[in-house]
Design a protein around this ligand. Structure first.
Ligand code: FAD
Length: 288
């Protein structure tokens, strides 16, 4: 449980962090809340020679509205999102998902940016990121680029962020009209991570039919994924219990499920269906 030796540098600005990443290359890693990286270092699963701490860069932790989107700095803690009254009003899925993470100590230190870049297959945020169709703003030596959530999660512990880039901001489009959101999760009893987690963001039309649906699933597969079959099964229909059940039955379509000592692939597929149905019905209830 003792990491290999490393140098520690506290970056004072985003530009300095990017420059340090450029200088040290693959030997370096960004340190945010440290709640995934430090345990990995103690287990020697990660052995960076240089840690670049971005937690003292004040202008990386913020929640603000700009036009029709919410801008969240990468260093914003899970707790800041859980406890923001404004977030609960304009993007309740963010607050609900944040509150489902670990325990209060984890939520006080862990950051949304660290979680999405780490891309743990059992992390909660990736499901919400996909359901909310967010954009990740990454800063690198050549400037900034924006990656859509659907393209961001590439594989187990792997994202589309390039070596030398720092995630700076997450942009969340704010839903208009009659919308409902929900995050439902089956917690691993020991770790609290998601055995399965489903995030739903849907809109109803004037007649009460589902005008649009966006559903992200985490915990179930090597990476979080969009439940496209379930979205299609909801859209254009009155989202009653039967329609929700039919849509949920398609939530794990064409996906290989993870299998481990706690949950077999078959059990996880079942949990995706049950959790998706509950999340859809909760989102419909919130929209009414
Ligand atoms: C006991 C415990 C229980 C937990 N339970 C849950 C849970 O139920 N659900 C859940 O989702 N998570 C859980 N977590 C994980 C927690 O949410 C972490 O905080 C999170 O996964 C990582 O965020 P961090 O800020 O700590 O990142 P760090 O650990 O500092 O970094 C993680 C990785 O991301 C990179 N990184 C960090 N920030 C950036 C950035 N801005 N740009 C580029 N790269 C960056 C780092 O280099 C590192 O590779 C738990 C953790 C612990 C210790």
């Amino acid at each position: 449980m003792i990491p290999t030796p490393f140098d520690y540098i506290a970056a004072k600005s985003l530009d300095e962090a990017v420059a340090l990443l450029g200088k040290h290359g693959e030997a370096a890693k960004i340190l945010a809340g440290g709640h995934s990286l430090v345990p990995a270092m103690k287990l020697r699963l990660a052995q960076p020679q240089v840690l670049i701490d971005i937690s003292r860069i004040k202008d990386l932790a913020y929640i603000r509205e700009e036009g029709n989107s919410l801008r969240v700095g990468a260093m914003t803690t899970h707790y800041a999102l859980e406890s923001s009254k404004r977030v609960r009003v304009v993007s309740p899925l963010l607050a609900e998902c944040a509150a489902a993470i670990g325990d209060v100590q984890v939520r006080n230190r862990g950051t949304i940016g660290g979680s999405v870049v780490h891309a743990d297959p059992a992390a909660d945020w990736p499901a919400a990121m996909i359901a909310l169709r967010v954009e990740m703003v990454c800063a690198g030596a050549k400037g900034e680029r924006v990656i859509k959530a659907d393209d961001f999660f590439v594989d187990l512990l792997t994202t589309a962020i390039a070596p030398g880039e720092v995630l700076r901001e997450i942009r969340i489009p704010l839903s208009q009209g009659r919308t409902g959101q929900s995050y439902k999760k089956v917690r691993h009893p020991a770790s609290g991570f998601a055995v399965v987690g489903v995030a739903v963001n849907l809109g109803l039309d004037a007649a009460g039919k589902c005008a649009n649906a966006s559903i992200g699933v985490t915990g179930a597969a090597a990476k979080a994924f969009r439940a496209g079959g379930a979205e299609a099964a909801l859209t254009g229909k009155p989202p009653d219990a039967a329609v929700a059940a039919a849509a949920a039955a398609k939530a794990a379509d064409r996906q290989d499920m993870n299998s481990d000592l706690y949950a077999s692939a078959e059990y996880r597929r079942h949990l995706v269906e049950v959790t998706a149905r509950r999340a859809v019905l909760a989102a419909v209830g919130a929209a009414k």
